[in-house]
Design a binder for this molecule. Structure first.
Ligand code: 13P
Length: 309
């Protein structure tokens, strides 16, 4: 374990190397990436060939089986729209089954973890290539349950993020603080460190498909979601960190999802926060009805919000 001083040094080194990389990139480019206009970053700008402005992802954790997965896939029928991405991340053994059962419904499939190596003597692990072969386009990395129960640190998550991007998978990188850290006023520092260390050596040219999920640990599976204001505050901070590490455009185009006790009745208020670009849903994603309602309530709230200017 690194102490606070060592951690601060590593973070400083990463930020410095990213800054050098950015300067080198800008020097080469006729139109530098970081042409940041004044003011706040506009929400939900549609990045060409990038991620849609609203992404709602399901993390099924260690739930469901073959029968309930097939039934889910038959019943689940989310709206097909260019501005919406729906992703379901089942346990490994259900990946191919889910992919096949969904047919041509507008739903992507992702895994919940991954080993960074392409192949080798790693008993019990799955590689990025295997996930792609099973039909995955996404992979959740660094979920707090893996950090807490399986000793995953941001340093261990970093090569996974790089390997996922290298294999054409969109990583859903999870960050978030514990209740003690929030009460100590350490939320922003914790999230900054998690992001900086997890994105070490990942260049501006590789990072585009990245999705981030802010999941405060005290809100996961507790029924106590972050308030829309709490979520917005951290999401805006994450965007600012991405701007420092990469560029204005990367910060603007990276989708930042909120996770932690998302339900149909809180999805609308969370979705209209300017820096909340969707959700990573646990418990409420296990039933097609409640997962669909989350999607519909988010879309409805955004449409209403937009029409109100
Ligand atoms: P819940 O929605 O059950 O709180 O889980 C959140 C989560 O951990 C998603 O990854």
């Amino acid at each position: 374990m690194m102490d606070d001083e060592e951690l601060a040094k590593v973070v400083r080194d990463v930020v410095l190397s990213k800054l050098q990389e950015k300067q080198a990139q800008d020097a080469l480019s006729a139109s530098p990436e970081d042409t940041s206009p004044e003011g706040t970053i506009p929400r939900h700008t549609y990045a060409e060939a990038g991620n849609p402005p609203l992404i709602v992802a399901a993390n099924w954790k260690m739930h469901m089986d073959k029968r309930s997965t097939t039934e889910f896939a038959q019943a689940f029928d989310p709206p097909a729209r260019d501005d919406l991405g729906v992703v379901i991340c089942p346990p490994y053994y259900l990946l191919s089954l889910l992919k096949d059962a969904l047919g041509d419904k507008p739903v992507a499939v992702g895994a919940q973890n991954m080993h960074p190596e392409p192949k080798g003597p790693f008993t019990g692990e799955l590689s990025p290539l295997m996930l792609a072969d099973a039909g995955c386009s996404h992979v959740i990395l660094g979920h707090s349950e893996r950090r807490k129960n399986f000793g995953e640190t941001s340093e261990k998550i970093n090569p996974k993020v790089a390997a996922a991007l290298g294999a054409g998978l969109a990583p859903i990188l999870c960050v978030g603080e514990t209740l003690d850290q929030r009460e100590d006023g350490a939320t922003m520092r914790v999230v900054t460190n998690q992001l900086t260390l997890s994105l070490n050596r990942i260049s501006i040219n590789e990072v585009r498909p990245l999705i981030i999920a802010y999941e405060p640990m005290w809100a996961i599976g507790t029924g106590r979601n972050a308030t829309p204001e709490q979520a917005q505050e951290v999401h805006a901070h994450i965007r600012e960190v991405l701007k420092q590490l990469y560029s204005y455009n990367v910060a603007r185009d990276t989708r930042i999802l909120y996770g932690g006790s998302v339900k149909p009745d809180n999805a609308g208020d969370l979705a209209i926060q300017p820096d909340v670009d969707g959700f990573l849903v646990g418990g409420a994603s296990l039933k097609p009805d409640s997962f669909t309602e989350i999607i519909r309530n988010a879309l409805r709230a955004l449409e209403k919000d937009g029409s109100q200017g």
